[in-house]
Write a protein that binds this ligand. Structure first.
Ligand code: PBG
Length: 344
């Protein structure tokens, strides 16, 4: 007698006795039955596509740490927005790589109505009015030190930054932005932006707060993309949330809702699914995740090495956001995913 049958002889129960006949594999047996009981779905309606913008004409600059992602000149950004609209992607989010000559200690160029971000918004609105445009009102692409706020004597000054961010939001709305998404994490920015938008006739412009933005190393490739990696001294721990904290993230979201945000965002994405679930359960508000640059790059790098199936991991990671409670995801994979979903 071998070991197994000896154990059985000793009187172990049958599987049916153990499970009470409840066999969970029953519904997994075929593609049709798996599709029938599938709980969460990813569709093109879930996608927001972040794109990088640079001055010039007819040029797409590769970003070394983000294979397949480019800095686009305004004319090409318009073309890509047209492609996104054709694919059915609801919205794009723009991030500028600002010419060094326009960066200064206070990020003053964000208050130029004709800066690259506002020009691109106008051009896209003009050519593709049906796509939603999300702009970031944070100062980091415009500061000479890469911080999201005004830096004085080694301190990011909160209230003065909020004033500037709110003024920038009004200019972005005037250029045609549909959603202002401030990523700077200054206290009071949501309420100040809401007031400023309303006072200037933009009460229909929405706010998507980066409510829970964590101090994270996953932003590395993004800083190469917008050219802040060489500039940034120190870290952003005095304004982003400590990534060890979860209750604090709920308090941040609660505060932003009280100040008037229409939507919540969790950033980074995949390592923070617990936060997404908590916010969705707690507030039942439109909730988004930002699958950030480092998450994108990790999938691309492992895939390029043949270590994972990149397409499958991409789709699995995005569905995980839906399962966690997301209504949508900002992802650099957006056009690729939209193409794949179309092909189904
Ligand atoms: C800063 C900002 C960051 C990202 C977008 N805006 C983080 C940072 O540079 O600290 C990250 C986006 C990404 O990593 O994809 N306001």
């Amino acid at each position: 007698m071998n070991k197994i049958s000896r154990l059985k002889a000793a009187g172990s129960r049958s599987v049916d006795e153990i499970t009470g006949g409840r066999r969970l594999r029953r519904m997994r047996k075929a593609d049709w039955s798996r599709r029938l009981v599938q709980e969460n779905h990813l569709t093109v309606d879930d996608l927001i596509w972040p794109i990088f913008i640079i001055e010039g004409r007819n040029t797409r600059e590769p970003i070394a740490a983000m294979p397949g992602v480019f800095r686009l000149t305004p004319d090409l950004a318009v073309k890509e927005a047209e492609r996104a609209a054709r694919l059915g992607i609801p919205a794009i989010a723009t991030f500028p790589n600002v010419d060094m000559k326009f960066r200064d200690q206070t990020g003053s160029h964000i208050l130029d109505a004709d800066n690259i971000i506002n020009r691109v918004t106008r051009a896209i609105k003009d050519a593709v009015p049906e796509i939603g445009i999300i702009t970031d009102a944070a100062l980091d692409p415009f500061t000479s030190h890469g911080h999201d706020g005004i830096l004085r004597d080694g301190i990011i000054v909160n209230d003065e930054t909020v004033e500037q961010v709110a003024a920038a939001a009004v200019l972005q709305a005037a250029a045609g932005a549909d959603i202002i998404a401030p990523s700077d994490m200054m206290d009071g920015r949501i309420g100040a932006i809401r007031d400023a938008l309303d006072a200037n006739g933009f009460s229909d412009v929405a706010i998507m707060s980066y409510a829970t933005k964590f101090a994270s190393a996953f932003y590395g490739p993004y800083r190469e993309a917008i050219g802040t990696s060489g500039l940034l001294k120190g870290d952003k721990k005095t304004y982003y949330i400590d990534h060890a904290n979860s209750d604090e993230a709920v308090r941040e979201a609660e505060q932003d809702l009280a100040e008037g945000t229409d939507m919540l965002m969790v950033k980074p994405g995949l390592p923070y699914l617990d936060i997404i679930r908590r916010l969705k359960d707690e507030f039942q508000m439109p909730t988004f995740a930002y699958q950030v640059s480092g998450e994108y790059s990790m999938i691309k790098a492992a895939s390029a090495n043949g270590w994972i199936d990149g397409d499958k991991v991409m789709m699995e990671s995005l569905l995980a956001f839906k399962r966690a409670g997301c209504d949508g995801i900002l992802t650099y994979f957006a056009p690729q995913v939209a193409e794949m979903l179309k092909g189904r």
